[in-house]
Design a protein around this ligand. Structure first.
Ligand SMILES: [Zn+2]
Length: 133
């Protein structure tokens, strides 16, 4: 894939960050206008408590994001594991399996082929079709 196509794909995959950035810019503008009016009327102890509360909420949300990113939920079927995007994972080391040009599924970590077995040997395309149903 050429680098221009990769950049285009990356931009399309991350287009969702635009509304978040616009919202953050709007909020920071709003806060910069409101803060000088409100801050003189708030005592330092209350302001400190609000800052600590905000910091704790940010830390908790960051920890939750890392927790969600760390757990890829995979389920066993046809002798391998599958994530929700129907990508196969190795049953031994649980790493993402590769597909070569002969459409053979294999694990780079374990260095072995992984046959997909239902009642008989099935292809990756058939396995994905069965998993969708
Ligand atoms: Zn493996």
């Amino acid at each position: 894939m050429s680098s221009i196509k990769e950049i285009k794909k990356s931009l399309l995959n991350n287009i969702w960050t635009l509304p978040i950035g616009a919202t953050a810019a709007l909020l920071s503008g709003l806060i910069s206008e409101v803060a000088p009016l409100v801050l003189p009327h708030i005592s330092k102890s209350v302001a400190l408590k609000l800052c600590l509360l905000f910091l704790l909420v940010c830390l908790a949300l960051t920890a939750y994001i890392f927790y969600l990113r760390s757990c890829v939920r995979i389920k066993p079927k046809f002798g391998v594991y599958w994530d929700k995007e129907l990508n196969p994972y190795c049953p031994s080391c649980k790493s993402l399996l590769c597909i070569n040009e002969d459409l053979v599924i294999y694990c780079l970590c374990c260095n072995r082929e992984m046959p997909l077995v239902s009642d008989k040997l099935i292809t990756l395309k058939e396995a994905r079709k069965l998993l969708r149903n």
